[in-house]
Ligand binder design. Sequence first.
Ligand SMILES: O=C(O)CCC(=O)C(=O)O
Length: 275
Amino acid sequence: MISKEQIDFFHTNGYVHIQNVFPAEETKSLQDELDFILDNWAVTNMGWNGPWREAVMDPETDKASKLVHLHNLETYSRAFQQAITGDNVTNIMRGLLGEIVEFHHSTLHIKPPSTGHPFPLHQDMAFYEHEDDRFVDMLIHLDDTRHENGEIRFIDGSHKNGYLEHVRRYDNGDGCTPHLRVSEHPIEATTAVPAKAGDVVCFNINTIHGSYINQTNVMRRLVRVGYRHPENHQLTGQARDTPGLMISGLRPKNAMPGELKRDEELVEDPNAFVL
Ligand SMILES: O=C(O)CCC(=O)C(=O)O
């Protein structure tokens, strides 16, 4: 499921695209169960806030631009639970993280048609801070992506520079969603990684990434799933105290979330964590 070349590419560039991880039938089940989740559970709102919005959108687009999102899809659907813990994904994560792998979280991101929410460049470390970078995010693609509907984009090799300070406040001091300053980290500097439904794109927790607005007349559906080495302790953010399912190997002693002393000062505005 993952070749040595793909593992090397991941370590060099901070991301890797793996095709056909989910066969057509399984992808169809995920899409069908997502329809139910969308109708019954998903939340639609303005998504991320912050000064980045006015830097990348005119006022009318800013007002219209929305995000559909939801956490923990595996708690709503058997198809997602199986996809997240299945053999194909487990083999990929063993290749990227080693023999001991814990599932951490899943999050739905749908860009609705025509003005579906762009993402300013950021590192996911800003949202679920860990002691080190033994954490891989995987984007399950449920639609084909391309420039027009906002494919995922990365700064090649950016994970090697470690975690960068993110903007966490408006100028007036109010909290906002963490992001890198648009003037210093323009999305034009990124590499596009278009993918097909059923593919996954994996990236390091420190790899800088983002995406453009969806300009098409259909939604763009991605699900992000996080995996880590369980000894990589989490300091702040999403799912911090929740032990995840072990998808490979055994949880080492002392690797149980919630036992570490928390550093509350790092969470400036917990309400801003909507990634
Ligand atoms: O859905 C996207 O286009 C970007 C998602 C993203 O940046 C993330 O999940 O961290």
